[in-house]
Design a binder for this molecule. Sequence first.
Ligand SMILES: [Zn+2]
Length: 1010
Amino acid sequence: MIQGKGIPVGAACCLGMLLCLAAAGSRARGDETAPARDAKQAVDEAYTAKIKKYTTAPYFTSPLVDYLPASKNVPTPEVVLGDVAGAPGILPYAEDVYKYMRLLEKASARVKVYSIGMTEEGREMIAVAVSSEENLKHLDENKARLAKLADPRTIKLDDGEADRIVAQATPIYYITGTIHSPETGAPTALMELAYRLAVDESPYIREIREGTITLITPVVEVDGRDRMVDLYRWHLAHPKDFYPPLIYWGKYVAHDNNRDAMGVTLKLTENVLNTYVGWKAQVLHDLHESVPYLYDNTIGDGPYNAWIDPILADEWQMIGSRNVADMTKFGMPGVFAHGDFDTWSPGYLMFIAAMHNGISRLYETFGNGGADTKERTLEPEEYARTWYRQNPPLPKTLWSQRDNNNYEETGLLTSLHYFNENKRMFLKNFYLKAKRSVLKPGEEGPAAYVLPGDDPRAGLQAELLRVLQKQAVEISRATAAFTVTLPAKKDKKPAKGEDSKEAKKKAEPTTREFPAGSYIVRMDQPYSRIADALLDHQYWSPEDPQKTPYDDTGWTFGELFGVQVTRVTDTKVLDTAMERVKEIHAPGGVRGEGTTFAINNSAEPGLGTLRYKLRDVSMEAAEEPFEAGGKKFNRGSMIVRNVGRADLDHAAAEVGLQVMALDTAPSVKTHPVRAARVALVHTWLSTQTEGWWRLALDDMKIPYEYISTQTVAKIDDLNAKYDVILFPPIGYLSSSTAIIHGMPTGWGNPLPWKNTPETPNLVGKNDSTEDMRPGLGWAGVEHLQAFVAKGGVLLTAADTSGFALSIGLADGVSVSAAQKMNIVGSVVGTRLVDAASPIAYGYDEKVPAYCDNGLIFSLSSIAGSRRRRRLGAEMNSRPTGRGTIDDPDFTVGRPGMEAAEEPSSETWENPVVTDEQKINGYRVIPPAQRARVILRYADKSDLLISGLVTGGDEIAQHPAVVDVPAGNGHVVLFSINPVYRGETRGTYSLVLNTILNFDSLNAGRKVEEK
Ligand SMILES: [Zn+2]
């Protein structure tokens, strides 16, 4: 399923969409080939009988799939499955699916199988091309034609030439199955679809075969598929038992594997992207299961992504509406479009097509999470007739995997046929969208994005540019300095009643010079759209009719990577002397002479990588900024002695860090930076959100032990093994009760997550347990408390911060419930409060961060009490009484007594302890043990950077990252999530700094006096 952040509600009715439906209807032509089998071709009677047997109602099928054409030489899926596609009890491993596809390739000249790359766990991904012999024989010529349409610069944007190519080219329709592992139907549906496309001689299918190349990746999440099949086999072997939920899909993430199309951090995204772009496909159609019975959700609901070409929005309506219409005519219930999915975020796999001038599509079909035939009862929302679902699903029905396969195949075949009928238009659109991408600078703009050559974060800058290169975006580098004109910044409108004289001052355009070596992302290239979408800012209006965004609302990559990106509309930038860059790597290595080495700290993750790479070399961090060798070094810069120059040079070059050799060591206070022993803790409730942390740590080559809450419960002395325990966010099911108690153990059977004869693939390179149900337990709570008390550092974020506070690990910090606040996956501003804290090393005053309804932290200097709203100076309020707001009140009949001035503190600070509180003040937290705020949220007016923020005043100015001393150790609490979907690399160093300075976190601390 595509599962959003909120609970879906019914879609808003939209008149514009109704009109489109009508238009699509009138487009149907009278002379189209009817979907019917060829009476002259023999039918595989036995196979067809089983299709009928496994289809649970006559209306759950169509004339396209209620039979299977016979072939003398081409094997049906039965040879591998032992039964027909969609048969009960049968779920093939990816390997079996591939075996069948390769048998097809062997038997038919209409099928070719390509290996498209490997997964994280070393499993193969494939793409299967099915088309006429003739088309497959001339793939290369055809690819050359499509390449010209895909990059109109090659034909000088000549529409006449494009028309000639369009008339000759064969389009490519790319279908991807089972990215979401518990959604199990697609592989068998796609096996049978490939057979039908290769074998069926009915005119309807023949037209598709001869006119279009169908490309199929039957399993996208291969590692997860094999785990899912394991679990299903376990379930078949233990039919009376509860079966373990699929807690791991791929190596790192579960459902979020369909949110990686921006960052491209997973192999599956990279492999599908390369296949889509490499083949110059026109459509990417991704198959999911959740909603009864077939929801074409690409048309979806608003708001649409702002960066797509409007031509695409029209194509969605055309294909989707026609698809629904065709299946409605077959009498298949529950086929619809629109629904409640907004099409704003470009993070979905299918959006690779939307951002690369193609057509993105997505089906939700209905599935049982395996191949059991089950009676299914729907919710009223699911079976209600709505304006966009005139023939809704049935409230209750027997549903089989065969039903699912019937729907998927029928939907795909009617789509393919309609697409083929209109392929000249779609090919022309493909060209037009590419051409309009190339013309972007002169049309809507911008002309380019510029990343300055002197950005102190060269490593992060290179990482951002490499993401763009993965997205097939061309990167250029200026060979000389250049100047551009930047438009005047629009002033913020003065608030009502505010003096507007200041605001009326007309702002003037400015110029900016960029040094040679600056990177230029030109917008006059075919894939400018994806670069624009990733680098631009997003604004989701609080007034938007869509109240339940499906996913993140903001993602601006320059902000989240912490690097400088300038949007340039001045088209003169394109005339800058520049050259295309193939490999982007931040320069690194040792310069200068001397035996002491200094590395500036700009909060680049490379520092952490280097620390662990040279594990045995002693390193120190400067506690103050310093100057040496004519260069300024930030606080936290590393000083390295007693290391071979060649070793350091080699390591720094690899990581991309510049090292300066110095004659004399700088005289600055330092502390050691040791390679801490790190544990990363997961629950058996949900592993996806921490999976992004694992991916990031692996990527940065930071070693860690991966342990579960159950393991924490078993280790009496955590300090003997670890210096730092990371407890990243859990995501689903993350209440403190669930973390401690796990799943119910008072009834039912154990839920093992381990390799057995039925489940050889479950564990992979992750964790295992005899029973997933038990949680951290009270023993685990005690062990964590002892770990911190004895000097360990525990780092938590989002929900696990809430957990740490709920078990009393950090005195003086409380969480307030949000009243109206709604921050949906957005980029927000934070501000440095304590630059001397090692956690802040290398950061500037403003740190953009990812926030998804972050916890609202407040500090108190009194243990166990919450900061409360009160009258007085702090809250700028006074009681009702005489005078103006600034006057004192009075009492009739006695002279007034002036109150002493109230001590005040900022929202993010520890409130000053009052004299009253000090009387027998055993609950007053000693100053040195009070929370130390590293970052706070920005003021209300500066909170939103990208996305949706409503009610932001509730969290504005509140602490965002807090270091709380506890016993001899520390609990470091994050309200933001610093490590997320490979998109937030600018905040990774907040975590790395905590790890590297684990035994010196109090450095630079100014202790309050009272
Ligand atoms: Zn899904």
